[in-house]
Design a protein around this ligand. Sequence first.
Ligand SMILES: [Fe+2]
Ligand SMILES: [Fe+2]
Length: 386
Amino acid sequence: MANVRFVERTPRELKYRPSDDEPKLAPSDVETIAQIFRTPLTGAYTWSYEEADRRIRKLYRLGKERNWNAETDIAWSTPFDRKASPINDGLDNPFEGWDSYEKLSEEEDIEFAWHQQSWLLSQFLHGEQGALLVASQLVSCAPTYDAKLYAASQTFDEARHVEVFNKYIMERIGFMYPINHNLKLLLDKVLTDERWDLKFIGMQLIIESLALAAFNTQKLISRDPVMSEVLELVTRDESRHVAFGVTYMEEFIKTLSESEREDRAQFAYEACCIMRERIVGTDVFAHYGWDIEEGRRRLLAGGMMEEFRNLLFMRIIPNLKKVGLITDRVRPLYEALGVLKYENLVDDGQIDWAKLEEPLPEYGGDQAPKLSGIKELAPRPRSATG
Ligand SMILES: [Fe+2]
Ligand SMILES: [Fe+2]
């Protein structure tokens, strides 16, 4: 087993891909950094194996059928110039006119764009890990058979998402940013809360919607065809996850008392506020030694951020309404954010089956799974397996 080092503090440093001339580490020399979270998980067996919700069972079937392989279904060998900008030309640039930014040479400006790209994809990666952990908790916590099966298939989806973003970041960018502090707080809350439905709301309705909005924004700006392939495949899965969340929660929330429902509604609102303005790439400014607040202010005022917020709330507000979490008490709070205009848009409970059933695109993935290294694992003597 690799060395595991437990840390108290979430790492704040960038992680770089080892350069080609560095000696390759043997698996036993790899140091794994881990951080404990504690959770009072209340699980439930189910003793009813009948199909009780056709829509959830259908989502589960689709999850099985529309599986893809992060190693072989993406055309990783498609070249992309690492010295060219990762994002489309002509996009609104929120940093124009900022002294710190204007001092960059053309080359440095491109590298700065890669830093922003790396920061964003790193948040996708860490968020996907959070989704993996929560989905696995839901397998235990969800009280019904259909939901357990679905959560299990989602757990595997999230594992592939972690895999694919990590592969992209390390192979095509070369360095990774640590998790954003506020994203970490949101994941902590969802992972350590003892109420299973709050995990459900936090992950399936809120963080999944955030992911969809962020992926769709990224699709609009990315120039690397491989990134587009990754996003397309991941988004396909996430659409099922949100559909599951809305379908399952709609029924459940009806069973809560008014004060329990208000509690969930307040949590959802607070999570929306965090996502709206606290998960931005200030770590990039810190890395460059720039003024963090100035950078944050500029980012939040930029056109891409506006696009992202629109996509986020267009998705999240109809879903929260559908499941009954836009209560009279939180309604004015959303009104103040200016997002109630989205409340009558189509929600994810109105599942677009034709879209979810579309066959997966074929990208001509051309890299066989790496099996080298397997032979290094010589069979161990039985006595040493202890
Ligand atoms: Fe995911
Ligand atoms: Fe997901």
